[in-house]
Unconditional design. Structure first.
Lengths: 389, 306
C-alpha cells in the first residue's frame, strides 16, 4: 500500500519536474577552468555570462540554466564531461570548447545524442570539411583562417623568409598550414613543440638566431604565449627579427607582456574597437562588469550565446523541433559584435579578417586597435569538401 | 658549430636547474629512505615567493634571498607537521601522503595567487646578451645561471665530501642505523638535510621564475624529470645526481635540436617533429630502463649503498 502511494507520488513528482523543464533551456558549457590556462576558460565564460545578463537571463520565453564543466585541456576529460552533460543532465545545447583536440573528442557524443554542439573558439579543419555535421556550428572561425590572413599580411609587408613555430597538436598544425597557404615567400624553418607542457624554448630560439629569417610567426595560445614572447625578448631577438603571431598576443596575455608587446601586429576576426552598436555595448559593459578589456575569446562566446538565443526566439521556445532549430541557427539572425555574421554551408561563419596592432590607451592600459582589413567575406577553404549530412 | 655550442649550453643550463631540485630529493631519499613527491611543490613555492618578493623589494638579490628563506622555513614546517609521522611507514604511504601535499599546494597557490600565472622580469643587469665568439651570442641571464649552478654544485660537493657535517650525512645515507649507533644525531641530520633540500628547491624556483611563467603545477613537470635523474644517478648520491642531470639535460636539449633535422631526411616536417618530440622525451626513459636493467643501484651509487 505504502509502496504504491510512494511510487504514485514519485510519478507525479516526475511529471511536475518534466513540466517545469519545458520552461527552461539547459545549456552545457565545457571549457578549461583549472590549471594555468583557466584564464582563457574564465574569459570565455565571462563573455557568455555577459550575453545572458543582456538577455535578462532568458532566451525567448525560456529561463536559462547553465551547467559549467571543466575539461582540464584534456580531450578524454572533455569527452567525459560532455557525455555527462548529455546523458545525465540532458542539456539542450552544449557549447564552449576552446581547444581543437578537446572539441574533436567531444563532438561525436553530441552528434550521437542529436544535440547541437556550438564551438565558442576551436575550429579544427576536420569539422569544416569531411567531418562536418548538421549538429555542429562554429561561432568563431576555422583554424586556418586567422593565420591565412596573417600570411597575406606578411606578403604585403614584404617578408620573404619566414620561420614557423607552433605547438604539436591539432590546432597548431592547422594554424601553420594556414600561414603557409597564403604566404608566398619561403618557409626557412619549421618547428612543432611539445604541447602542452613545453616551457623552455631556448633550443628553438637558438635555431631562429642561427637561421636569421626576415620574420618569425608563432601560435602559442594562453600562458605559453606570454612565456614565448618573454623568452624571445630575453634571447635578444625582439626588435631584431620581427615577430608575428596568431592567438598569442591578446587581451589576456597583454597585462603580463605590457611593453614587450607594444606595436605587435597580428590578425583577428574581431577587434575591440570595431565600430558597431552591438560591439560598443559589449565592450563597454564588459569593461564595466569585469574591469578589463574583452578578448576575441569572450567576444565569440558572447556571439555564441546570442546565436542560441536567436534560434530559441525564432522557434518560439520549441526545443524539440530540431529541424526548425537548425534552420534558425543557420539564419544566424542576431546582432554580432563583429558587425556581420552569416553562415556558410558547412556551419562556419563567412566574415572579415582585420590587421590589429597593440597600443596603449589613454589610461596607459594595453589594448588592440584595427589597422586595416586583410580579407573581406572570407570563406574557409574546406567547405566544398563538406557533404553536410 | 656555434649552434652546437649554443645548444649544449642550453642543455647544461637545464641540467643545472634540474640538479638543484634533484640534489635535495636524492639526499632526503638516501638518508631518510623517504619518498617525497612534494619536493616539486617546494620548487613551485620558491618561484611564487620570488615572483612576489622580487617586485615587492625591487631587488632580485634581496627578494631572492627572502624567497629562499621562506621556502626553507616552509620546508621545515612541512617536515615537522606532515612528513615526520610518515617516516617509519612504507613507501606507498609516503607516496600517497606527499602526493596529497602536491594537490594541497597547487590549490593553495590558486587561493593565494589566483589561477593565472605570474611573470618575473630578468634583473636589469643581466637582461642583455653576451658575445661568446663569432656568430655566437647567449643571454647573460642563462650564462649566469650556469655559473651559479656550478658554484652551488661545487659548494655542495665540498660540504658533503670535505666537512664533518658532510661525513655524518654520508654515513647516515649509507647506513642510517649504524650511523645512529655510533653516536650521530640522525634526526638532526634529517632535519638539516630536509632544510637544505628545500633551500635548493627554492633557489631553483627563483632561477626558473624569469625563464618560465610561474604557474600552478610547474613543480609536477620538473618532479618527473628529477625522479628519473635520481634513479639514474643512484639514490642518495649527490655526485650521481649531478652527472645524471647533465646526461638528461643534454639528451633533452640536443635531442630536440637535432632529432627533427635527422628525421626530416626521411619524414615530412610535421611527422618528423612529432616523432622527434616523442623520441627525445622517450630517450630519457629508455636510458632509465637500461640503467635499471644493468645497474639497478644507479650509475654512480653512494658508496656503501646496498
Amino acid at each position: 500500500m505504502l509502496r504504491s502511494v510512494v511510487s504514485g507520488l514519485a510519478v507525479l513528482g516526475l511529471a511536475a519536474a518534466a513540466n517545469a523543464q519545458t520552461n527552461k533551456i539547459k545549456i552545457g558549457y565545457v571549457n578549461t577552468f583549472s590549471g594555468p590556462n583557466a584564464f582563457i576558460g574564465n574569459d570565455e565564460k565571462d563573455g557568455f555570462e555577459l550575453a545572458l545578463d543582456h538577455l535578462g537571463r532568458k532566451m525567448g520565453n525560456l529561463d536559462v540554466q547553465m551547467i559549467y564543466e571543466d575539461d582540464q585541456i584534456k580531450p578524454e576529460v572533455g569527452r567525459q564531461v560532455t557525455e555527462k552533460l548529455l546523458q545525465s543532465d540532458k542539456v539542450d545545447v552544449v557549447t564552449g570548447y576552446n581547444w581543437s583536440n578537446v572539441l574533436l573528442a567531444s563532438v561525436k557524443p553530441a552528434i550521437d545524442a542529436k544535440t547541437f554542439i556550438i564551438s565558442g573558439n576551436a575550429g579544427p579543419s576536420q569539422l569544416a570539411g569531411e567531418a562536418c555535421s548538421p549538429w555542429f556550428f562554429s561561432a568563431s572561425w576555422q583554424n586556418d583562417q586567422t593565420p591565412m590572413a596573417l600570411g597575406e599580411l606578411l606578403n604585403r609587408r614584404n617578408v620573404k623568409k619566414l620561420f614557423v613555430l607552433a605547438p604539436n597538436y591539432a590546432a597548431g598544425k592547422d594554424m601553420a598550414a594556414g600561414v603557409k597557404k597564403t604566404f608566398k615567400g619561403e618557409v626557412v624553418g619549421e618547428e612543432y613543440t611539445r604541447w602542452p607542457g613545453q616551457v623552455d624554448f631556448s633550443t628553438e630560439l637558438s635555431k631562429v638566431r642561427s637561421i636569421k629569417p626576415d620574420a618569425v610567426w608563432v601560435f602559442y595560445p594562453g600562458q605559453a604565449g606570454a612565456q614565448f614572447i618573454q623568452q624571445y625578448s630575453q634571447a635578444g631577438l625582439l626588435g631584431q627579427i620581427p615577430i608575428y603571431s596568431s592567438f598569442t598576443v591578446d587581451a589576456l596575455t597583454l597585462p603580463q607582456l605590457k611593453d614587450l608587446a607594444l606595436g605587435h601586429v597580428s590578425t583577428q576576426e574581431w577587434v575591440q574597437d570595431l565600430d558597431n552598436p552591438a560591439n560598443k555595448k559589449f565592450v563597454g559593459d564588459f569593461r564595466k562588469k569585469y574591469g578589463r578589456y574583452p578578448s576575441y575569446y569572450s567576444a565569440q562566446n558572447y556571439d555564441a550565446a546570442m546565436l542560441i538565443a536567436s534560434a530559441v526566439v525564432a522557434t518560439g521556445g520549441k526545443l524539440d523541433d530540431k529541424e526548425a532549430f537548425r534552420a534558425a541557427l543557420e539564419k544566424a539572425d542576431f546582432q554580432s559584435v563583429r558587425g556581420k555574421f552569416r553562415y556558410n554551408t558547412n556551419h562556419f561563419p563567412i566574415q572579415d579578417f582585420y590587421a590589429q596592432e597593440v597600443v596603449k590607451d589613454a589610461q596607459g592600459e594595453f589594448t588592440m586597435k584595427t589597422i586595416g582589413t586583410v580579407f573581406t567575406d572570407m570563406k574557409d577553404v574546406f567547405y566544398e569538401k563538406c557533404p553536410m549530412k | 658549430m656555434s649552434l652546437l655550442i649554443e645548444q649544449t649550453l642550453n642543455g647544461v643550463q637545464l641540467a643545472l636547474l634540474l640538479f638543484l631540485v634533484a640534489a635535495g630529493l636524492t639526499l632526503v631519499f638516501g638518508i631518510m629512505d623517504f619518498m617525497n613527491l612534494s619536493h616539486g611543490s617546494l620548487f613551485m613555492m620558491g618561484a611564487y615567493f620570488a615572483a612576489t618578493f622580487v617586485p615587492m623589494t625591487g631587488s632580485f638579490v634581496l627578494g631572492g634571498l627572502l624567497a629562499i628563506m621562506c621556502t626553507t622555513l616552509l620546508g621545515f614546517a612541512v617536515e615537522a607537521i606532515w612528513l615526520r609521522p610518515l617516516f617509519g611507514r612504507g613507501h606507498l604511504d609516503q607516496v600517497l601522503g606527499t602526493f596529497g601535499l602536491v594537490l594541497f599546494f597547487n590549490d593553495f597557490v590558486r587561493l593565494v595567487w589566483g589561477a593565472a600565472g605570474r611573470t618575473l622580469a630578468v634583473p636589469q643587469m643581466l637582461a642583455g646578451q653576451v658575445s661568446l665568439g663569432p656568430s655566437l651570442t647567449y643571454p647573460v641571464y642563462r650564462l649566469v645561471l650556469i655559473g651559479a649552478g656550478l658554484v652551488v654544485a661545487g659548494g655542495l660537493y665540498l660540504l658533503v665530501q670535505r666537512t664533518k657535517a658532510g661525513m655524518v650525512i654520508r654515513a647516515a645515507a649509507s647506513d642510517r642505523d649504524m650511523a645512529g649507533a655510533i653516536g650521530a644525531d640522525v634526526t638532526l641530520v634529517s632535519t638539516f638535510v630536509f632544510g637544505l633540500g628545500a633551500a635548493l628547491a627554492g633557489l631553483a624556483g627563483l632561477f626558473a621564475a624569469p625563464l618560465l611563467t610561474v604557474q600552478i603545477g610547474m613543480g609536477d613537470n620538473i618532479l618527473i624529470l628529477t625522479l628519473v635523474i635520481i634513479v639514474i644517478g643512484g639514490l642518495g648520491s649527490v655526485r650521481g645526481a649531478f652527472l645524471a642531470a647533465l646526461i638528461v639535460g643534454l639528451i633533452d636539449a640536443l635531442g630536440r635540436a637535432y632529432l627533427p633535422e635527422l628525421l626530416r631526411l626521411v619524414l615530412s616536417p610535421v611527422a618528423a617533429s612529432t616523432a622527434a618530440g616523442a623520441l627525445s622525451s622517450v630517450a630519457i626513459y629508455i636510458l632509465l630502463a637500461a640503467v635499471l636493467l644493468v645497474k639497478p643501484q644507479g650509475l654512480f651509487p653512494a658508496r656503501g649503498a646496498r
